[in-house]
Design a protein around this ligand. Structure first.
Ligand SMILES: *Cc1c(COP(=O)(O)O)cnc(C)c1O
Length: 382
């Protein structure tokens, strides 16, 4: 049984007519860049979050960059981000002219460690970008308390966390602004790149919309960038949005089943969900010591897995200049070598979940009995 990591085609087939119709409408109207579909999606996404504004843009990375520029980041300003995240969270800080300051993550929830934020604050710190990594909210009460105490802004990176909650409140509604990615594989994904920023701040929203579209039309009020959402992407998002709750429930069903089946598997730690948060499982990430061999044994059994992310950012060549060592981010360092993301999509069948777990058990058993003996390994696999 071949099991993909995600199955975007299965999702398409489940709502094929709605998608085809939405795309046909954009083509009939030639509404390719912005247009009625984009405006409708901005209203719908803001309403979903209960926010005043959604400013759409070309992708989730631009969403962070645009927000940083809107907040007036300048040379010398320090911005705190987690060490273990996708590089969009930090690269945009540098591109907007600021200085990245990494914090360690909590080993069990994978989100930024508030205690480390406190330690990293200096007189130059201006803001924090928590990431709701894998679909679980960061510890927002602690983060917002630190922000208030030190008068810092907060941008929530919600790229992996559409509809996740913290103490019953949707992520994206805590900070000054929140950024979303609608990359195809995200929980709400377009059929290409797309992104958005949500905020209740009228002035911020206005500036961001202007900046993302060349600083206005004709009588340009500033030099902006070109970061617009396509009509086709917005049409796909509009068609998909009504299904997002059901898909989120589907992801939770898969996660619950994994949790149950993996419960008694020694050597595997299932994702820990803090009691006050509702996870949306963009990724289902286990921890295990024999990650590399498990990953390759699963691949041999036709099961696709992935690692998000094999190197925490401070240890990547891009940040050599900072000169961090593994001791500076012990939890992120331990996690990067142990994490493994299992197949996860709302349409995943019980049979497929059971197969993944069966293959994990088999792989771990092989590992413990053979211990590198190639002869017995081959005998058992075939
Ligand atoms: C996907 C992602 C982004 C960036 O989104 P793009 O749309 O790919 O630019 C930013 N932050 C995190 C944590 C992400 O997972």
């Amino acid at each position: 049984m071949k099991i993909p990591f995600v199955d975007l085609h299965a999702q398409y087939l489940s709502i094929k007519e709605e998608i085809d119709e939405a795309i046909a409408e954009v083509i009939a109207q030639s509404a390719y860049i912005r247009g009625p579909q984009v405006e409708a999606f901005e209203r719908a996404w803001a309403q979903t979050l209960g926010a005043k504004h959604c400013v759409s843009c070309a992708n989730g990375t631009d969403a962070i960059y645009i927000t940083l520029r809107a907040l007036g980041l300048k040379a010398g300003d320090e911005v705190i981000t987690p060490a273990h995240t996708w590089i969009s969270t930090s690269e945009t800080v540098t591109q907007a002219g600021g200085t990245v300051v990494f914090c360690d993550t909590d080993e069990a929830t994978f989100t930024i460690d508030p205690a480390d934020i406190e330690r990293k604050i200096t007189s130059a710190t201006v803001g924090i970008i928590p990431v709701h990594l894998y679909g679980q909210a960061a510890d927002m009460d602690a983060i917002m308390a630190i922000a208030r105490k030190h008068k810092l802004w907060v941008i929530e990176d919600c790229a992996q966390a559409h509809l996740a909650t913290y103490k019953g409140q949707l992520v994206g509604t805590f900070g000054n602004a929140a950024t979303f990615s609608f990359y195809p594989g995200k929980n709400l994904g377009a059929y290409g790149d797309a992104g958005g920023i949500v905020t209740n701040d009228d002035q911020l929203a206005d500036w961001m919309a202007t900046f993302a579209r060349h600083g206005g039309k004709n009588n340009h009020v500033l030099e902006g960038i070109n970061s617009r959402m396509d009509g086709l992407q917005a049409a796909v998002l509009n068609a998909k949005l009504p299904h997002l709750s059901a898909w989120t429930a589907g992801r939770r069903r898969v996660a619950e089943r994994y949790d149950e089946l993996l419960q008694d598997v020694e050597d595997v730690t299932t994702p820990k969900v803090a009691h006050d948060r509702k996870h949306v499982y963009h990724l289902y990430v286990i921890r295990t010591d024999g990650r590399e061999s498990l990953k390759s044994r699963l691949a041999a059994a036709d099961i696709s897995t992935a690692v998000h992310y094999p190197k925490a950012l401070p240890f990547c060549p891009a940040y050599d200049y900072v000169g961090h060592t593994s001791r500076d981010f012990p939890a992120a360092y331990r996690n990067q070598n142990r994490i493994l993301s299992l197949p996860m999509y709302a349409e995943m069948s019980d049979e497929a979940i059971e197969e993944v777990v069966f293959q994990i058990r088999t792989a771990l058993l092989l590992e413990s009995t053979t211990h590198g003996s190639e002869i017995s390994e081959n005998t058992l696999v075939t």
